[in-house]
Design a protein around this ligand. Structure first.
Ligand code: GP9
Ligand code: MN
Length: 617
């Protein structure tokens, strides 16, 4: 019997070379179709070795039946690759091992196989035919590939695979398709098995400095005290009004000849109005917006952030303000255990917490007392607080404009046409109009109490009110009429951000891209206070460029940069890029991948900080 190891054969025609080359080509085809990955080197070092390891191991273990082993392995692999490809064509994301278990039970993919196939798919099985021929030839000629070589190959590919798999375990698994593309399909499955099984990830420390983060956003870092806005509101009282469901499109908009937000519109005349700021909340809704405002750290995303903290103090806006002589209060007319605010407020460090226990249960609308009651309550608390504290930070979370936005008739101040009657949009506009009135009244109270000229006021929306199942086709056509274009993701995600205060601003509208993560650094800059922890946001007055990662309300890896809103591929839809100028779809550019990578890095840094908070004792 001839042995390859004994006979000196040209390496190119050696059966192992042919077998591995066929495997390599098949993997290139797979990566090209699924990931559009064209880097041969990346495939050679990341994706190929682990598959080649299994093949070499099978050759080594099967010994006399090695050809059966080789052909069986390749057939299973071809079927697996085709299953992954079909799944990806249908769901626009790669399947995980647990998705693949269900793939044949679900009609969704099975029933549409015909539509999912492409003429070149059969090529994934071509290697089986070639391998059968090679097996036949070698068996006939009594050529038996050496076990020594297969052992060496197993060790070689095994060693490379151990390194790539260990490296993969050090990467964050934010988006499984992205992760598999970067780290290998099998590695992505191994990490998922581990994280699902043990509930922990082993992502490595990214350790980005403030300077690094600023670079990733497209800016050169400038120390905060060199910004033109630094300290212009030094030592003022602060009123932060987080408005339930307030979206940007209502500002300066008229319906049936009436302003929807006449009070906010009037306020804009001496405000700095940021009209290009996006919500960044995750599953924690209002409470995630509170988290963003007071930490400048991204929310957890799939879980409300309050669920991953334990109530022990975390670095926050409040602790910093307290260090600078501020008393801090928060007001929300609901049960403090809703969104575990008892834990949240303890962690953030408010001095005074006012909830439905203190705020009188009067004029109840929806969840609790109407915003009028809330603002009146705030005004009543201020005198005694100001006796105890030279400067106050007051955080007011409104509630009345909460879905389903149903207002008593006597509080519906807008006269709407009949088509708005009992519609979700009609109700929404009425409730926003109501809260706008209450904010106007509160500002007037601050003026009456001679506090306004010594105050800095920040008003912003917590998240969209108009989205999801309650929005009917009729609502969509009302929105089309109101906006002059179909309601889009920009209309949904942009929240108004208004900075105001006696003599501070001249009615400027600033278009710098921002997110809720930027509210805290912007506020601190105006107060001339430096923060000693790391904030993921930056001063919106100073920096022109930005990059915001989005998750939960968009698939992982989505981002917003200065000109693009990128919706990463989801289980159902392919990736879409929108031009932010007109929200028309646009093509992927060279910059797209860079922005995905940069946004993921920023979020990874943020998650790392969050992780240290959750384990804080
Ligand atoms: C409840 C209220 C809920 O306290 O804040 O608001 P939501 O999170 O549903 O927008
Ligand atoms: Mn809310």
């Amino acid at each position: 019997m001839k042995k390859f190891s004994k006979k000196v054969k040209p390496i190119f025609t050696h059966p192992y070379t042919i077998i591995l080359t066929l495997l390599f080509i098949k993997i290139i085809g797979f990566r090209l179709v699924v990931f559009h990955n064209k880097s041969i080197l990346h495939i050679a070092f990341i994706e190929f070795p682990l598959w080649a390891f299994f093949l070499s191991l099978i050759i080594f273990l099967a010994r006399k039946r090695m050809w059966t082993g080789i052909i069986l392995f390749n057939t299973v692999l071809s079927v697996l690759f085709i299953a992954i490809i079909y799944y990806t064509r249908y769901f626009s994301t790669i399947p995980s091992y647990y998705d693949l278990q269900q793939i044949y039970q679900s009609n969704s993919v099975g029933g549409t196989v015909g539509l999912l196939s492409k003429p070149y798919d059969f090529l994934f099985f071509l290697d089986i035919a070639l391998l059968l021929l090679i097996a036949y030839y070698c068996t006939n000629k009594k050529i038996k590939p050496s076990l020594k070589i297969s052992r060496r190959l197993t060790i070689l590919f095994g060693s490379i695979s151990i390194i790539t798999t260990l490296l993969a375990f050090r990467q964050p698994l934010i988006d499984v398709s992205y992760f598999a593309k970067e780290n290998g399909y099998l590695q992505s499955q191994a990490v998922q098995v581990f994280t699902r099984g043990f509930g922990i990830a082993l992502a490595s420390d990214v350790n980005l400095s403030e300077q690094d983060v600023e670079k990733l956003k497209g800016n050169d870092f400038v120390p905060p005290d060199e910004h033109a806005s630094y300290g212009i509101a030094k030592d003022r009282h602060v009123f932060v009004i987080q408005v339930e469901s307030l979206q940007g499109f209502v500002i300066d908009k008229q319906v049936n000849g009436q302003e929807i937000t006449p009070n906010l519109n009037a306020l804009l005349k001496d405000s700095a109005y940021f009209d290009n700021v996006y919500q960044q909340i995750g599953a924690g809704n209002t409470s995630d917006a509170e988290w963003l405002m007071h930490t400048s750290i991204y929310p957890e995303g799939m879980d409300p952030t309050v669920n991953v903290i334990n109530g022990d103090p975390v670095p926050s806006l409040l602790h910093t303000l307290q260090d600078h002589g501020y008393g801090t209060a928060t007001y929300h007319a609901d049960d403090v255990t809703y969104w575990s605010r008892n834990k949240l407020y303890a962690a953030l460090g408010f001095d005074y917490v006012y909830t439905d226990v203190e705020i009188p249960a009067e004029q109840e609308i929806g969840f609790g007392p109407a915003d009028e009651v809330l603002f009146d309550f705030v005004s009543q608390q201020l005198p005694s607080q100001l006796k105890m504290n030279a400067k106050m930070y007051s955080n007011i979370i409104t509630l009345t404009s909460h879905t389903p936005f149903e207002m008593p008739e006597n509080l519906q101040n807008l006269t709407l046409s009949e088509s708005y009657d009992n519609t979700y949009i009609g109700n929404y506009l009425q409730s926003i109009r109501y809260t706008d009135e209450q904010i106007g009244n509160f500002i007037a109270t601050l003026k009456e109490k001679n506090l306004y000229d010594n105050s800095l006021i920040l008003i912003y929306g917590d998240h969209s009110g108009i989205h999801g199942a309650p929005v009917t086709e009729n609502d969509e056509s009302i929105l089309l009429e109101l906006l002059g274009h179909p309601y889009n993701l920009q209309d949904r995600f942009v929240i108004p951000v208004i900075f105001n205060g006696g003599g501070l601003f001249k009615g400027e509208t600033i278009n710098h891209l921002g997110g809720q993560v930027d509210l805290m650094p912007t506020l601190l800059n105006l107060l001339g206070i430096e923060y000693h922890g790391q904030m993921m946001g930056h001063n919106l007055f100073h920096y022109e460029n930005n990059l915001l990662g989005m998750r939960y309300h968009l698939p992982g890896s989505s981002f917003i940069n200065d000109d693009t809103l990128y919706v990463a591929p989801s289980a159902k839809f392919p990736a879409i890029l929108y031009n932010l100028e007109n929200m028309k779809e646009k093509e992927r550019s060279n910059k797209t991948q860079q922005s995905i990578d940069n946004a993921l890095q920023i979020m990874q840094q943020s998650d790392q900080i969050l992780k240290t908070y959750s384990s804080r004792k």
